[in-house]
Design a binder for this molecule. Sequence first.
Ligand SMILES: Cc1ncc(COP(=O)(O)O)c(C=O)c1O
Length: 486
Amino acid sequence: MKNNITDPSLICSVVTLTYSLQKMSHLVPSSFSPFIHLIGILWLLSITSSRCEISFKKFSQSGVVDERKKQSDPAVDRISSLETVNTNQRQGKLDSEVHRISGLEAAKLTIERTSFPKEKPVKESLVFGRCFSDHMLDVDWKKLEGYGEPKIRPFGDLQLSPAATVLHYGLECFEGMKAFKGVDGKIRLFRPELNVARLNSGMQRLNFQPIDQQNFLDCLRELVLLEKDWIPEGEGYSLYLRPTAISTTPCLGVSGATDVKLFVICSPCGPYYPGGFKPVKLFADTEYVRAWPKGMGNKKYGGNYGPTILPQAQAAAQGYQQILWLFGEDHVVTEAGAMNVFFFLKKKETSSVPQKPGSPNPDYELVTCPLSRGDILPGVTRDSILALARSWGEFEVNERELTMGEVVEAAEEGRLLEVFGCGTAAVVAPVSEIGYLGKEICVPTGQSIGPVAERLWEEITSIQYGRIQHPWGLVLEDSQRDLSSL
Ligand SMILES: Cc1ncc(COP(=O)(O)O)c(C=O)c1O
């Protein structure tokens, strides 16, 4: 109600009405004047009530979103919680304003098929991110209307004002996920709800209207099923999906988006290691910083990646494949390139208490950077590795700060057992060496993959390719289609 009364268009209507009534009351005999005022009041009431109804419907829609969120996997909350808390606390009113307008509705999806299907490349020739499928998902959002009708349309260029704020102020965020063709011929997504949660967390931080998880996944399913022949078959092959949200608002002022485009493009890709695992050398960078607490490091925000190109090129020139990003005076380990990073260590202080049968061995720990500082990406693979390793119950699994000093000490004392990056692209990427302050830290697994990393790779890829049935592997089937309009 409050929003309706302060709505500028409503205020305009009231002012115009009052002015017109004043004018009219001079033109008609005074005995008609009360009738004119009565008509005016009835008109005013009808505007207010119809707006109340729209507002009520829209608030109830956002209620559905909240209800779904409450029932969701706790991992979804881990990935999006920090932002939700902050946004709700600081922008409670703003949020409710944003939620008032139309959400993304899969039921309105339309499909325009291409008349010029492209020839599919030989899968062995695929280079990551260079080849695109025939269709894309495309939906526009406008501040006063919300999301429009989602469309699947032929893949093609976007039309954009040169003043669009995405081009000047980087108002954009994106996702990276994959569709797999399994050994059983079924198509699977891996924990896609976590990608939607992370996309929403980025969108909220940019003050874009979040999307409803189920409606977005319904649209995505239609796109992936339409493009199913673009999913190359075989171990390591997949269709990479790139959901992206950009502000198309044509305005040179640094201001909130009034127009957003959300789209998804698909790119067939091959295995990260075509010839078997090839461990990477990391350069622990003490010069540049990727992200910092309370910044955007925990979002898939384009602005996090542009500034990594130069340091990456400098590291490559010295023979390193990826950067190990550090934070703070103590050189706390955060991420490796565009991956989260894990260290498997033997602890310095070994436990004097004998290990209870079936409980994790307290002398060993798998360590990764915590999410609490908000400066690392909450990776889907990271979350999966933590859950799997904890389910084994064989060693401690800790999300804690690990400094380079500790890594050097562990290596010197023979307690550094494995280091590996993880992410959607590689699943796990074993590390052979870390260059730090002019010295090389050698990881004992050398040119092969360690047993912990290999087991994690095996378990995750088995879910992705349907070698084992697991709730994390979401099977996309034509029979799930419930979109009556298609
Ligand atoms: C900076 C960064 N860290 C970590 C990851 C790994 O995240 P995920 O496992 O969700 O792919 C990515 C890749 O998306 C990334 O860009």
